[in-house]
Write a protein that binds this ligand. Structure first.
Ligand code: NAD
Length: 507
């Protein structure tokens, strides 16, 4: 694991950031990757001042030209996909294949945003009054704050940044304190794209279109509380969302929340188990159960419950013995948990599940002799007779609760009975069941015959209830990053008519 060479390749001069405030460790072996200096409050404020100044210039650059910068950023990412993916793996522990997918998602997002930069369409609205025209126009909103979680250290930022930049908004980014190096790499790659923009177009860019802030919740709080940032996009736990949303609301700011999930799949007795099984495995054990969209619950029809459980156990056994290990190694499918706290939370949830009548299969620590400072686990399967209390909580680790149902109404009731509402799926070959489930799932995303994780960027990503209600990435998510004008123009020559037919005439 050559962190110095990888950072050099990505253009990060680590010495510029070195200090004693924040130790960054790799979950692969617990080794120290870097020790960083965090931003002070005065520095955070200075960054936001600069972002606000950059906004006054950037908002006047035509959107397709803003898109040209995002295109160059996407091109730079294409050239550095492999080292950036390696850095993501070293810092957050997901397997290299998934880290490559994460960087690819950034590239896709840039492509999407470039197209969008020529499609920030408004509306022409029919006026009820003669000789009036009405329009709706979208305008840049202002500099925005982005807080991100450790498990998608770069893609989630790019969902926000690619849209914000084409919409005319500079970005102030506070990445997770567990994964600041990947953010520094993005900052360096973005700086290269800015330099190329100036070389190729001859136009200079305002300084400070992107700020990467180093630090923990305190630094995040300074960002959240700053009235100069009209939009705060925050990705992380429901706990974090509950703390920051009232602060943004108190200053009448706009927040875009992407919080925890507790995603379930319903497996019908009409399901093709050959389709369901691999999808459940990727969704439940991929990223070591550390995705917001991880499958955490299987609600299986009583008629296929035993067969599905037996096949899941066989697969979990195979994963436990053959596929857990260093995420940089080809052939590994499950890397480590992020840290000791994640391991402790997993063990606590499994103990609670046992107390509440669950029967636990796997879920132990492994590879401890090879990596005494890291936390590798076998993914756990937990049979529960009903949806007991522990199942309602998101434990950010590979725990899959399996429970039976007998009617679709019951399955949907179980499905919707948790506080979170991110992603959902049904496995069935019955069209009626599929359509019923799509209509009645209370999540932001609903799938048929595919798992809950691994969304494409073209759709709007996000969830309801405790997941926070935000939408990012595709569809019309860009509208959150802009403000809307309704404008009415009168082009007649006599006194203009009033709306609703109101008469107001002074003799
Ligand atoms: P976390 O809530 O601990 O931290 C997320 C970010 O918020 C970090 O940058 C952190 O420094 C910051 N933060 C925490 N408390 C803060 C406060 N009081 N004020 C300001 N900033 C604060 O989350 P995590 O452990 O990094 O990530 C895992 C969680 O994120 C899971 O719950 C997962 O489901 C969720 N997540 C959601 C999505 C989504 O799109 N819905 C995507 C990825 C992760």
């Amino acid at each position: 694991m050559d962190i110095a060479a990888t950072l050099r390749q990505l253009g990060v001069a680590l010495a510029d950031y070195t200090g004693a405030d924040l130790t960054v460790r790799s979950p692969i072996d617990g080794s120290q990757l870097a020790s960083l200096r965090c931003h002070t409050r005065a520095e955070v404020q200075a960054s936001i001042t600069q972002a606000a100044e950059a906004f006054t210039a950037w908002r006047d650059v035509p959107a397709p030209q803003r898109g040209a910068l995002v295109r160059l950023f996407g091109e730079a990412l294409r050239g550095l996909k492999e080292p950036l993916a390696r850095l993501v793996t070293m810092e957050c522990g997901k397997i290299l294949e998934e880290a490559r997918g994460e960087v690819q998602e950034m590239i896709d997002m840039c492509d999407f945003a470039v197209g969008l930069s020529r499609q920030l369409y408004g509306l022409t609205i029919a006026s009820e009054r003669p000789e009036h025209s009405m329009q709706e126009t979208w305008l840049p909103l202002g500099p925005m704050g982005v807080l991100t979680a450790f498990n998608f250290p770069v893609a989630v930022w790019s969902w926000n940044a690619a849209l914000a930049l084409v919409c005319g908004d500079p970005v102030v980014w506070k990445p997770s304190e567990k994964t600041p190096l990947a953010a520094l790499a993005c900052e360096a790659i973005f700086a290269r794209a800015c330099a190329r923009y100036t070389q190729t177009t001859g136009h200079t860019l305002p300084d400070g279109l992107l700020h990467v802030l180093r630090g923990g919740a305190e630094v995040g709080d300074w960002v959240v509380s700053d009235t100069r940032l009209p939009l705060i996009s925050a990705t992380g736990s429901c706990r974090m969302g509950r703390l920051i949303a009232p602060k943004v609301a108190a200053r009448l700011g706009r927040s875009l929340l992407e919080l925890g999930g507790n995603n379930a799949v319903v497996v019908s007795d009409q399901a093709d188990l050959g389709v369901a099984l691999p999808a459940i495995l990727f969704g439940a054990v991929g990223t070591c159960g550390q995705r917001c969209t991880t499958i955490r619950r299987v609600i299986a029809h009583a008629r296929i419950y035993d067969e599905l459980l037996a096949r899941l156990k066989t697969a979990y056994q195979r994963i436990a013995t053959q596929y857990i290990g260093n995420p940089l190694d080809a052939g590994t499918l499950v890397g480590p948990l992020i840290d000791q706290a994640a391991f402790a939370a997993m063990q606590k949830a499994l103990d609670t599940a046992r107390q509440q009548g669950g029967s636990v299969f796997c879920g132990e620590r492994v590879c401890a002799a090879l990596y005494p400072q890291a936390y590798y686990v076998t993914p756990a399967l937990v049979q529960v007779p009903t949806q007991v209390e522990i199942v309602h909580a998101e434990t950010f680790a590979p725990i899959l609760y399996v429970m039976p149902y007998t009617s679709l109404d019951e399955a949907i009731a179980i499905h919707n009975a948790v506080p979170q509402g991110l992603s959902s799926a049904i496995f069935t070959t019955d069209l009626r069941e599929a359509e019923q489930f799509k209509r009645r799932s209370d999540c932001g995303m609903v799938n048929v015959n595919i798992g809950t994780s691994g969304a494409e960027i073209g759709g709007a990503f996000g969830g309801e209830k405790d997941t926070g209600g935000g939408r990012e990435a595709g569809s019309d998510a860009w509208k959150t990053y802009m403000r809307r004008h309704t404008s009415t123009t009168y082009y007649g020559t006599t006194a203009p008519a009033l709306a609703q037919g109101i008469k107001f005439e002074v003799a």
